[in-house]
Design a protein around this ligand. Structure first.
Ligand code: GCV
Length: 706
């Protein structure tokens, strides 16, 4: 297997020898805000002036600055501020400063929505960007620039968009020493040592990129939180970041360590029902709002994976969350309380979040939002949606997605997560006869960020697409993953239609490929201990049963899979009756979730006519074959992509193909050993013996849990 360095060196050498190398190198820093020159024919439609309110607020200034930057890049022309519309002008309008003669459906736009319309105003042909607020104008300006970059006819605009969710957040798992838990893109972008005095220019670009998607909040520090993040020096640093982000509509939040009253305040306890503890949090909240007047609130991981929480004092999650909510309420802050919990003695880890939280429905204060991961285990390549969605009608819920690819090949594997996000958002919980998607059950979304100090921000060029897709879908959950991929490619790589089609097709194939070569047919949690990279289905020696892959796949001579039907853990009963019934029977369970819900004999007959064993092997093979195909398709795009990024992606795809084979070979070797079955006819035997895969060791930084 080639190392990363060998693969990159090979690709760079190949690229140096290639004649197309005279093109300008790009390093990915600009993300999807590149604003490269439009074809001459499209440049004619670009404006020369922009009409806006004066004096402009900081947010309106950010909008105008972005438009200027965009028009300069797209058309090589300056964009002058004007007080009256000229032909071809952009007009930024709110009800307070709408030019005479402009009548618009303001009420439909809501507080953050925008409208783009080509129209005539005072006898001139103009484009109106309208909103009820300056932040709406900023979002509208980014939308106009997106339209310009993706080839939309700028002379015939008529679009309107408002977010359904009022909180669209990033969660950074960034530690105060600048390491990042599950981060694969360098160090934390928050340079805590230099803050608050030094405000890196990158913070502004971070805010611009997020505002372009509509992300409006960011949790700065890891949910495995240190109490120090709530001390005065760190609050000053967070306040400096809040100042940078504010014009772009982004509020700062902090992860709060539940035991802070004892750790920082010297109290004897952090019991949420203790009056001194409650008073401590109220004082702390007042201190925070003094330096960050628009502070968003706290994110809390409590009584999960060793973190402190209310259960340490015999209290429940609602007691803990409500205490914090009480402290934040006078200031308008919220508590995002995570439902990611599991204890060592549970018979089925997947059932535990529901078991602990469902009985608390309706018991949370109004400014508490319970934050639930998309699935009940932990960001696996495929999980059914978490049964808490739809099960807590009296509690606001946030959907937590993981943008960083902890279980999907880190940053070296090309895995576009748009289809996975779409799968969860559009999953029908069946809690209402007419249907009720997961998206309809939530009031907020949180994405675990994949951003770091790497020049390309996300550790790989294609991982930028996952940040992009998360933000776009948090704004509009009805977007299709393919459409989002298309606009990302057009802004990030090229607008040439055949190349765009080819890259979008690669992206759309990539997630299913990863499921196939890692955990097909509903298998889950087969990865290496701690670091979570690569296959280790044989692991059975960890201190907690539910950290071991063998706990999850239960493979033996007689079959494979986790029985969550009524004959097993009965976790299916946590879903609405219609789904519970569907998932209880292997015949009506979707095949891509079969072994999540059922333990079946190896000769179980699949829809393809193959046995389960033969189907499993064929899925592993299909995954590897698809990655090989991605590599070939990317190689054929060499003339369409700037050389630096083409070479870097090619090098990463080489790593991905080698690691897909590793996953496939190690898993096939292991499952063959436990099943005792011969390989299906014509199937390639694993390259190495099972023992060789088992002894591979990696010295990555240790992670938590299994
Ligand atoms: C922040 C998984 C990850 C942990 C992470 C945890 C969580 O267990 O492996 O690194 O911790 O999820 O979401 O809290």
């Amino acid at each position: 297997m080639k190392t990363w360095a060998q693969a990159l060196a090979g690709a760079l050498l190949a690229a140096v020898l290639h004649p197309a190398w005279s093109a300008t190198p790009e390093d990915g820093y600009e993300l999807w805000l590149r604003y490269r020159a439009l074809p001459a024919a499209n440049q004619a439609a670009l404006p020369r002036s922009v009409v806006h309110a004066q004096p402009a607020s900081a947010t309106l200034q950010a909008a105008v600055a972005e438009l200027r930057r965009g028009v300069a890049g797209l058309g090589g022309r300056p964009l002058a501020s004007a007080s009256k519309p000229a032909n071809g002008a952009l007009v930024l309008a709110t009800p307070a400063n709408a030019p005479a003669g402009l009548s618009l459906p303001w009420a439909d736009l809501g507080p953050e929505g925008y409208l783009l319309r080509s129209t005539r105003l005072q006898g001139r042909a103009v484009t109106v960007i309208a909103a009820n607020s300056d932040i709406g104008l900023l979002y509208g300006s980014h939308a106009w620039l997106r339209a310009a970059q993706t080839g939309v006819d700028l002379g015939r605009l008529d679009a309107r968009s408002s977010p359904r969710l009022s909180l669209r957040l990033l969660n950074h798992w960034d530690n105060l020493d600048r390491t990042v838990e599950r981060g694969y893109a360098g160090a934390s972008i928050w340079d805590w040592w230099k803050l608050p005095d030094i405000r890196d220019a990158r913070y502004v670009d971070y805010a611009r990129a997020n505002a372009s998607l509509g992300i409006n909040g960011t949790v700065l520090n890891n949910v495995n939180a240190k109490a120090d993040s709530l001390t005065a020096p760190f609050l000053a640093k967070a306040a400096a970041l809040a100042d940078v982000f504010r014009p772009h509509g982004i509020k700062v939040y902090l992860s709060a360590r539940f035991s802070s009253p004892a750790e920082l305040g010297g109290l004897k306890t952090s019991d949420p029902l203790d009056p001194a503890v409650r008073a401590w949090w109220k004082t702390k909240a007042a201190e925070i709002y003094k330096v960050i007047p628009d502070f968003g609130g706290f994110l809390v991981k409590a009584n999960s994976e060793g973190q402190p929480g209310p259960q340490d004092y015999g209290r429940n999650h609602a007691d803990g969350a409500n205490m914090l909510a009480e402290a934040l309420a006078p200031h308008g802050g919220v508590v995002l309380w995570r439902a990611f919990v599991y204890s060592p003695d549970a018979s089925d880890r997947a059932a535990q979040g529901y078991a602990e939280f469902k009985p608390l429905d309706g018991k949370f204060a109004p400014n508490v939002i319970v934050q639930v991961k998309n699935g009940a285990i932990d960001f696996q390549p495929r999980e059914p949606f978490h049964p808490l969605f739809g099960a807590m009608p009296a509690t606001p819920l946030a959907l937590e997605l993981q943008i960083t690819k902890e279980y999907l090949g880190f940053s070296t594997h090309l895995v576009y997560l748009g289809p996975m996000f779409e799968e969860t958002l559009k999953a029908d919980t069946r809690v209402k006869p007419q249907g009720a998607t997961v998206a309809a059950q939530v009031t907020a979304m949180a994405g675990v960020a994949n951003i770091g100090t790497d020049r390309n921000w996300s550790g790989s060029h294609f991982d930028q697409a996952n940040w992009y897709a998360y933000g776009r879908m948090a704004w509009d959950h009805e977007l299709a993953a393919g459409d989002v991929a298309r606009e990302w490619v057009q802004q990030t790589f090229t607008v040439k239609p055949p190349a765009v089609d080819a890259i979008v097709a690669m992206m759309l194939a990539s997630r299913e490929a990863a499921v196939d070569y890692m955990t097909p047919l509903g298998l889950h949690h087969l990865m290496g201990t701690g670091h979570h990279h690569g296959p280790a289905p044989w692991v059975d020696n960890l201190e907690r049963a539910d950290w071991n892959p063998v706990y999850f796949h239960r493979a033996a001579r007689d079959g494979i899979g986790f029985d969550r039907s009524p004959r097993g853990s009965n976790a299916v009963a946590q879903y609405a009756p219609e789904l519970a019934q569907r998932f209880a029977d292997p015949a009506t369970t979707p095949e891509n979730l079969l072994l999540w819900f059922h333990r079946l004999p190896w000769d179980h007959r699949m829809a393809s006519g193959r046995t389960l064993w033969a189907e499993l092997v064929s899925r592993y093979d299909r995954g590897v074959a698809t990655v090989g195909d991605l590599r070939r398709r990317w190689a054929a795009l060499q003339a369409d992509i700037d050389p630096q990024r083409h070479a870097e992606v090619a090098a990463y795809l080489a790593v991905q193909e080698a690691e897909a084979r590793w996953w496939r070979d190690a898993c096939v070797a292991y499952f063959q050993a436990v099943s005792g079955l011969p390989l299906p006819a014509g199937v390639r035997p694993p390259e190495r013996s099972l023992e060789e895969y088992k002894v591979l060791q990696f010295n990555f930084a240790p992670g938590r849990g299994g």
